[in-house]
Design a protein. Sequence first.
Length: 157
Amino acid sequence: MDKLLKLLDTNARLTNSQLAVMLGCTESEVQTQLGELERSGIVRGYKAVIDWEKTDREYVTALIELRVTPERDLGFEGIAEQVMKFDEVESVYLMSGGYDLAVTVCGRTFRDVALFVAKRLSTLDAVTSTATHFVLRRYKDNGVMFPSGEKDMRGVQ
């Protein structure tokens, strides 16, 4: 199953037939394994990695560092569940180091994201501080490279 998971992580669009050839098994075996992985919650979904800069859609991503006060008997779980319910939130991670939660937020404009952080995220009772970092350019996301197509000509004469 580990090899199947690695193949899916690289390209979730591979067909059962292609996966079977790569794994040296039958399509039926692949289908059974996929069903087990989905039912057990190991495979949570399948998602395309999109280069939004090549579309007409306005799209801004920010990485938000949250320092929070853990709740008695819940620890960080309660605040993490509150944060992940917001539509603007793409991901939430419990972190070690200088802050507690790393949150990826998406919005239409820088202002929309800033207002979301100021009015909705930072006002949650358990949140003690936030630090917002706007993504200016993606070079690689979920293992997929985003080449710019432009050559860096700095220093070239």
